[in-house]
Write a protein that binds this ligand. Structure first.
Ligand code: ATP
Ligand code: MG
Length: 539
């Protein structure tokens, strides 16, 4: 049980909030969700599920300039893909009228005022944490004047940045967020939901807690950087005398070799360092999905990482481990040869169908027939002309088993004028077919193959980490995170796949035996299937 669950269980035991649990996930629709958000989603929806409560999806859309419906749609899709369903869908912008009313209420009570200072003057007046700041010369305006100015701000009479509404709390708190914080700013901007109705927009601090309150949220879970905002969250709930949810902070997820700021991810997309938000190298949820991660593997990752009170950095290999672990259970096995060389079985004639197991972890997945012929493709790396004792795969005069087929013995090889191997010749032993009496004759290695005459060509996309540095933000003077981009993060090559591998189910996960986990990419066409490598079999 993590510390948040401890708090919740105590509240339930004490009958607080009518013994109900109601959480929310509050994304700002200004970009696509990433693996850090996935952790927050799993936490908020997971807690609601565990305690028979509810979890809302609330778009924190108070910053019209950067927000868009494209992001709203992608966020909903990603949450559902992760396997969660929100109880209610809300938008902070739906509360703009109520928030405005509450702002007038605070003005009436002498708890808010319109400040005409410039942004610079306001910052300067806040001062430094160790010394009290200075009060604004506009701080003691009459209630009537404040109301009149605030109404005119709303009506659009003043230009952007000319005035703000501030809470009248005091200028001496050691917490800078409490020094007469800004509640509203003037912004003549078009909002993706409210259109041109508003010329003023509430700040995060004047919108978030109240939105939680309106929705009856009991536990408002957020990341550590909001800890210093909590006194303000509490102050507004108390001053307005409204339902007061409890804000609880946890450490955000940080991954090495990974960028998780939406602004920087946006930069990668806009400058075309990647194919888009869903590029398989991106840490976005849609990127992970396209890469071949399963929802279960992402949920397992969030669970394994756990909930901490202190910031830390998680090794990205843990994410890969979680992918491998789940894919091993669900991926359909198939054979594919990515760096092919011809293998000719000189004493074999004709064609037969052999039986291949679809998933040894799941007997219900059954078997499939695969064609065996005289000419096969095998991996170039599975043969060595000159090999030491530790090389157990094919050498001249040596034996290996062909998976699901026979034991073969290499007799000789063909080379072209440049000395490149063009074909490997072997003989097979018919008594060693899988399932026959001699089939358990020991050989040191089993290799995969496909029938050359039947195999289909496919495009294979291999990925490496997008960044070379463990902390891409740790830059030399004059450099940015872009300077640590890995120029070799994407390799595209052709490979040979089993003919039975079709496009009917593009979401399907495959294990290319002995190589790794792959999934079909949406760039596939009827002529050529494109595969993304999700992760290798072993670290
Ligand atoms: P960014 O800084 O990348 O723009 P954000 O925190 O502004 O991210 P929001 O849309 O405001 O993004 O986040 C929605 C929710 O997800 C918030 O509750 C936030 O605390 C949480 N969240 C964001 N990033 C992480 C992370 N790395 N780990 C855990 N939770 C996160
Ligand atoms: Mg945010």
């Amino acid at each position: 049980m993590n510390f948040i669950e401890e708090i919740i269980e105590k509240d339930l035991a004490n009958g607080k909030n009518g013994s109900k649990v109601h959480t929310r996930f509050p994304p700002e629709p200004n970009g696509y969700l990433h693996i850090g958000h996935a952790k927050s989603i799993c936490l908020n929806f997971g807690i609601a599920k565990k305690y028979n409560g509810l979890c809302n999806l609330r778009f924190d859309d108070t910053n019209p300039v950067k927000e868009d419906v494209e992001y709203v749609d992608s966020i909903k899709e990603d949450i559902q893909w992760l396997g969660f369903q929100w109880a209610e869908e809300h938008y902070a912008s739906d509360y703009f009228d109520q928030l405005y009313q509450w702002a007038e209420q605070l003005i009436q009570e002498g708890l808010a005022y319109v400040d005409d200072q410039t942004q610079e003057e306001i910052s300067a007046g806040r001062g430094v944490p160790t010394k009290p700041g200075t009060e604004s010369p506009y701080r003691n305006r009459s209630i009537e004047e404040n109301l009149d100015l605030f109404r005119r701000m709303k009506a659009g009479e003043f230009p952007d940045g000319s005035r703000v509404l501030r809470a009248k709390i005091g200028m001496d708190s050691p917490n800078m967020h409490m020094r007469d914080p800004i509640m509203y700013r003037i912004l003549h901007a078009h909002h993706h939901r409210t259109g041109d109705k508003w010329n003023i927009y509430p700040m995060y601090d004047f919108a978030h807690g109240q939105s939680d309150s309106i929705e009856g949220i009991t536990h408002s879970i957020c990341t550590l950087e909001f800890e210093v905002h909590r006194p303000l969250y509490d102050w507004f709930c108390e001053a307005l005398k409204i339902h007061h949810p409890q804000q609880i902070e946890f450490a955000r997820l940080n991954l090495n070799y990974t960028i998780m700021s939406k602004r920087k991810l946006m930069k990668l997309v806009q400058d075309k360092h990647v194919m888009g938000w869903d590029d398989p190298r991106m840490p976005t949820i849609c990127g992970l999905r396209r890469r071949g991660y399963t929802p279960q593997s992402v949920r397992n990752f969030a669970e394994t990482v756990g909930i901490a009170k202190r910031d830390n950095i998680i090794d990205v290999s843990l994410l890969e481990f979680c992918a491998r672990e789940d894919l091993n259970k669900v991926a359909t096995r198939t054979m594919a040869v990515l760096d092919p060389v011809k293998l000719i079985i000189d004493n074999y004639e004709g064609e037969e169908m052999l039986n291949a197991v679809n998933n040894p972890e799941n007997p219900e997945a059954g078997t499939r027939p695969i064609p065996f012929t005289k000419e096969l493709w095998m991996e170039r790396a599975d043969f060595r002309e000159v090999a030491d004792k530790k090389f157990y795969r094919l050498t001249i005069g040596g034996e290996v088993r062909l998976k699901y087929a026979y034991i073969i013995k290499c007799t000789h090889i063909d080379k072209d004028a440049d000395g490149n191997i063009t074909a490997i010749h072997a003989t097979y032993d018919p008594e060693t077919k899988s399932g026959m009496p001699l089939s358990n004759r020991k050989v040191k290695a089993t290799i995969h193959w496909v029938s050359a005459q039947h195999a289909k060509k496919a495009e294979i996309r291999l990925f490496e980490r997008l960044f070379l540095k463990s902390d891409p933000d740790d830059c030399e003077e004059g450099q940015t995170f872009l300077d640590s981009l890995n120029p070799n993060s994407l390799t595209i090559q052709d490979g040979w796949i089993e003919e039975g591998l079709t496009l009917d189910n593009p979401e399907r996960h495959y294990q290319f035996e002995r190589i790794g986990y792959f999934c079909i990419d949406r760039d596939s066409t009827a002529d050529k299937i494109v595969f993304n490598k999700t992760v290798g079999l072993k670290q």
